[in-house]
Design a protein around this ligand. Structure first.
Ligand code: HEC
Ligand code: HEC
Length: 496
């Protein structure tokens, strides 16, 4: 009796299960309606012409660590996955050996590539120094002119179409030199003081002379009377308390500590996912934003995929962030507290966090980081009056001329205005009018207050000097400035 009942019960269970499954399956289909579709759809290229995705080379299929093209802007397309993997493509020992082999040749090629783009003459502007008063500001322009063009003026007389057609644009986007792995690359000046951040796979590609001073001075909105509050020192977890106790509020002090506290990131930690030979304690905010400014480290923006389409981004200064409404070149982050909360140590891939280790992201903590960030001031600009205009008795004729151009013929003030010389918008400069390649889309305007202290320029640092920045804007805004007018603009920007 008993034995006969069991199959019947099983059959009933299976039948009910099947019906249940059937119902669930049906409802699944109902929820996933196919959506509307235009019949005979024809895709427009929106006037982008040769920039359209199908006319670009498909991204190469690279494994982590494999060399990537330096001209990645010529590629486009989709990869197999949006997700990063914390795993290495080989064992740790093989990985180290692979990079011991690859790195010397890679670095030699990067050096050649950068020398093919720039003439690193090491010439400084006589008498011009960064805010700390020691580091010379470099003379430009040093971007190399394409062969067949004899002067920047000659180049600027060509139309965007012609420059694009003949491949003459000197300012194409700069890629991460090892884009397949990517992540933070620290400059030599940082590595001398912090050798634990030396990577096994790649080094920085810009000479220290063309990077910000190190360590940079720090100016506080709350203590202008001190000038550089650090007295020439790098603020560290070891000395911040002695330096700032009695000058900051407890919340600011706590926030500063958090900005100095190393935490694991995707590539600086103790897992085999790291890029340093020895296990690393991680990096802190100030490992790149040294003394609340920048040491010239670069990274990839976390905000797009495939990985090879991510834009290289140089570390911006944190100075004067209290006056900015747009943080990060493309992410439109609106507050410093929020930035500290979401800072993309995990490359825009929260899944990676599990494999690496935690970073404190509690609101109360990030609010305090924001509290300290909010008192980091721009450097002094003694020639500017309260309305952010040059004081005529202090400025030279050339600087005044530069100011006039900035607000007039050169149109800089259209986007660089107000106390931080920024409009807090993203602009699409449509630079792809001048080169065949993937467009970069809208990028935030960067403030020009204190700009002499933060070379190289543009989000990816493709312009090494202020002269190059003026040449760039002269070209893309089709301003047709003469040599003298360009020099006037540089002289003016050195006052900001
Ligand atoms: C590579 C080293 C690096 C580290 C470490 C780092 N940053 Fe940044 N930071 C950058 C780069 C690069 C950008 C530009 C990002 C972009 O344009 O999308 C940036 C942008 C910012 C901005 C926006 C600035 C602006 O003008 O748009 C803020 C604020 C900021 N970081 C705060 C922090 C905080 C807080 C931390 C620590 C939690 C931190 N950063 C750690 C490199 C770094
Ligand atoms: C249409 C708006 C617009 C105008 C006009 C404009 N800029 Fe800019 N500026 C920007 C944007 C946007 C960026 C950031 C672009 C990027 O990173 O790709 C920028 C970046 C810069 C930078 C680099 C800042 C940094 O921190 O790296 C300098 C220098 C600069 N502009 C100077 C000028 C000068 C000089 C003029 C006038 C000749 C000018 N700009 C005109 C929008 C503008």
């Amino acid at each position: 009796m008993k034995n006969k009942k069991i199959p019947i019960i099983i059959s009933i269970v299976l039948f009910v299960g099947a019906v249940g499954f059937q119902i669930a399956d049906n409802s699944l289909h109902l929820l996933q309606s196919p959506g509307a579709k235009i019949e005979n759809y024809q895709k427009s290229d929106y006037g982008l012409n040769s920039n359209y995705v199908d006319s670009l080379k498909p991204f190469p299929d690279l494994k982590k660590g494999e060399r990537s093209p330096f001209d990645l802007y010529k590629y486009a397309g989709k990869s197999n996955s949006s997700f990063l993997s914390p795993d290495l493509p080989m064992s740790w020992n093989e990985w180290v050996r692979f990079h011991e082999d690859q790195k010397p040749k890679l670095m030699a090629d990067i050096k050649n590539y950068m020398s093919s783009r720039h003439n690193f003459s090491n010439e400084a502007i006589p008498g011009a120094f960064m805010s700390g008063g020691r580091k010379a500001i470099m003379m430009g322009p040093i971007s190399k002119l394409p062969s067949g063009v004899n002067s920047y003026e000659e180049l600027a007389n060509l139309s965007p179409e012609e420059i694009k057609k003949r491949g003459l644009f000197p300012y194409t986007p700069l890629a991460h030199p090892l884009h397949s792995t990517a992540h933070m690359v620290f400059p030599d000046q940082w590595l001398y003081a912090h050798p634990e951040h030396r990577r096994i796979d790649v080094d920085h590609d810009i000479p220290d002379q063309y990077l910000p001073e190190f360590p940079p001075p720090m100016f506080l909105t709350t203590h202008k009377e001190y000038g550089d509050i650090t007295n020439g020192r790098e603020v560290t977890l070891g000395n911040y308390f002695e330096m700032f106790n009695g000058l900051l509020s407890p919340e600011q002090l706590e926030g500063l500590k958090e900005l100095l506290k190393p935490t694991p990131t995707t590539f600086f930690n103790h897992t085999t996912h790291r890029v340093t030979l020895e296990p690393s304690a991680g990096v802190s905010c100030f490992s790149c934003h040294t003394n609340g400014h920048t040491n010239g480290a670069f990274e990839l923006a976390p905000d797009t995929r495939p990985h090879l389409a991510r834009l290289r981004v140089g570390t911006p200064s944190m100075r004067g962030n209290y006056n900015l409404m747009q943080l990060a070149s493309k992410r439109s982050i609106r507050s410093m507290d929020h930035f500290a909360e979401v800072e993309e140590y995990f490359e825009g891939d929260p899944g990676i966090q599990q494999a690496i280790g935690p970073r404190s992201q509690q609101r109360s903590v990030t609010n305090r980081m924001g509290d300290f960030n909010a008192i980091l001031d721009f450097p002094p600009a003694p020639k500017l009056g309260p309305l952010d205009k040059l004081i005529p008795t202090l400025a030279t004729e050339q600087e005044l001329q530069g100011e006039k151009l900035f607000h007039g013929k050169a149109q800089c003030a259209t986007c660089h205005s107000g106390p931080a010389f920024v409009d807090d918008y993203l602009h699409d400069l449509k630079v792809e009018r001048f080169y065949k390649g993937r467009p970069e889309g809208p990028i935030k305007t960067f403030p020009l207050r204190g700009i002499k202290d933060s070379p190289p320029y543009l989000h990816d640092g493709r312009l090494m000097t202020l002269h190059d920045a003026v040449e760039f804007f002269n070209l893309i805004l089709e301003l047709k400035l003469n040599r003298e007018e360009k020099d006037d603009l540089v002289a003016y920007m050195l006052c900001l």
